[in-house]
Design a protein around this ligand. Structure first.
Ligand SMILES: NC(=O)CC[C@H](N)C(=O)O
Length: 358
C-alpha cells in the first residue's frame, strides 16, 4: 500500500496508506460517527465536495453490494448512481469481507470509481482537531510536492452539479402526483414516496413547477451551502403564494423552505453526521433518534411569524425542522428515510401522504 498524507488547511498532517484510487484531491474534511452504512454514505450526493472520515474504526468488512436496479429504476442498495465523496478516510480498512449481498471489496469499488481511500489514520485525533477547530478544507497527497487541483466548498453551487438535468417520472398514473425537487436526492426518499402509492415527478433543482398539475411538493436533500440555491427558494415562494398544497422537505429541503419562510442559515462548527442525533418534537416530551448529514443549519429565531420550529436537536438546541402554523407545510433537518440509520421517523412520509389525501 502506498503512503499518503492528508494535509488540513491549518497545516496539520495525518499519514496513512492508500487503498483506493491514487489521485490527489481536495475537499472539505468532515466526519461521520455512524457504525455502518458506508455504501449508502459514499453514494449520498449530499457528500459532494467533501472528504469523509468514518470514526468507526473498522470499514470494509462487509464488502460492497452490487449495483442492481429495481423495477422502478432505483438502485437496490446504493443511494445514487455513483460515489459522490471526494475521498474517504478510516482507521482500519478490511480487505476481507463477508456479507450476503457483497460482490466486491471497498478497495475495488473505490478504484473503479476513481475515488481515493486512506486507512491507518488516527481518526480519533483527526476528529478532535475538526471538533475543536471546525471543519476545514484538506488535501490528499501521494507525493509531497504533488499539484492538487484547487477546490473550494463555501460559495460553490454543488446542487447544480448533482441535480438531474431533465424531468424523471416514477410510478406514472399511480394516483396523487408529487413534484420532487432534486437537489441531489437520495434514492430512498424516492422509494419511500413510491411505496406509499404516489406518482413522483422528479424535477431539476431550479425548475419552475408552479404551472404543472400536481398534488404536493417534496423538497429533497442536497450538497453544499443552501444560500447558493436562491432560484429554488424563489420558486418555493411563488408556489406558497399560489396555493396551500402540501409541502414536505428533508435536510436541504428544510433549509430551502426555511429560507422561503424568511429564515437565515448559518454554518455549524462541525455539522451533524451520525445515526444517533436526538431530536425533540416541539411542544412535547417525545424524542426521536435520527440519521443526519448536514453542515448548515436554520436559525429558528429568524423564521417568519406564520411559522414555528417542529423539531429541535437535543444536543445543541439547533433547528431540526419547521412547520407552518395553518398550512400543511413541514420539514425535517434529519433523514426520516434513513439509509442508513434508524427508521423511527418514517412517519414524516405518512404525514405527508395523509395531507395529500386530506
Ligand atoms: N443532506 C443534506 O441535504 C445537507 C444539506 C446541506 N448541504 C448541509 O450540509 O447542511
Amino acid at each position: 500500500m502506498k503512503k499518503v498524507t492528508l494535509v488540513l488547511s491549518d497545516g496539520t498532517r495525518f499519514h496513512g496508506k492508500s487503498f483506493g484510487y491514487e489521485k490527489p484531491v481536495a475537499g472539505e474534511v468532515v466526519f461521520n460517527t455512524a457504525m455502518m452504512g458506508y455504501p449508502e454514505s459514499l453514494t449520498d450526493p449530499s457528500y459532494a465536495g467533501q472528504i469523509l472520515t468514518f470514526t468507526f474504526p473498522l470499514v470494509g468488512n462487509y464488502g460492497v453490494p452490487p449495483f442492481t436496479l429495481e423495477a422502478n429504476k432505483l438502485p437496490s442498495f446504493m443511494e445514487s448512481d455513483k460515489i459522490y465523496v471526494a475521498a474517504m478516510i478510516c482507521a482500519d480498512y478490511s480487505e476481507e469481507y463477508s456479507h450476503w449481498n457483497a460482490v466486491e471489496s471497498l478497495s475495488d469499488w473505490l478504484k473503479r470509481e476513481h475515488v481515493p481511500g486512506i486507512t491507518g489514520v488516527d481518526t480519533r485525533e483527526l476528529t478532535k482537531v475538526l471538533r475543536e477547530h471546525g471543519v476545514m478544507m484538506g488535501k490528499i497527497l501521494f507525493d509531497d510536492d504533488e499539484e492538487v487541483p484547487e477546490a473550494d466548498y463555501e460559495g460553490v453551487n454543488f446542487v447544480d452539479k448533482v441535480s438531474c438535468k431533465e424531468i424523471i417520472r416514477y410510478n406514472e398514473g399511480a394516483g396523487k402526483k408529487v413534484v420532487l425537487v432534486d437537489c441531489g436526492v437520495k434514492a430512498n426518499i424516492i422509494r419511500c414516496l413510491i411505496e406509499r402509492g404516489v406518482e413522483v415527478v422528479r424535477v431539476p433543482w431550479n425548475y419552475d413547477y408552479t404551472g404543472m398539475d400536481f398534488d404536493g411538493l417534496f423538497l429533497g436533500n442536497g450538497p453544499g451551502d443552501p444560500d447558493m440555491c436562491q432560484e429554488a427558494v424563489d420558486v418555493i415562494k411563488k408556489q406558497m403564494s399560489m396555493s396551500r398544497k402540501p409541502i414536505c422537505g428533508i435536510c436541504m429541503g428544510n433549509q430551502l423552505l426555511s429560507k422561503a419562510a424568511g429564515a437565515t442559515i448559518y454554518k455549524l462548527k462541525y455539522g451533524h453526521r451520525s445515526h444517533n442525533q436526538p431530536v425533540r418534537l416541539v411542544g412535547t416530551d417525545k424524542c426521536y433518534i435520527t440519521s443526519q448529514n448536514h453542515g448548515y443549519a436554520v436559525d429558528g429565531k429568524t423564521l417568519g411569524s406564520e411559522w414555528s420550529e417542529l423539531f429541535v436537536n437535543m444536543n445543541d438546541g439547533s433547528n431540526e425542522g419547521i412547520r407552518h402554523k395553518t398550512n400543511p407545510w413541514f420539514t425535517s433537518q434529519f433523514h426520516p428515510e434513513a439509509c442508513s440509520g434508524p427508521v423511527d421517523t418514517m412517519f414524516m412520509f405518512d404525514k405527508f401522504i395523509e395531507e395529500l389525501n386530506a
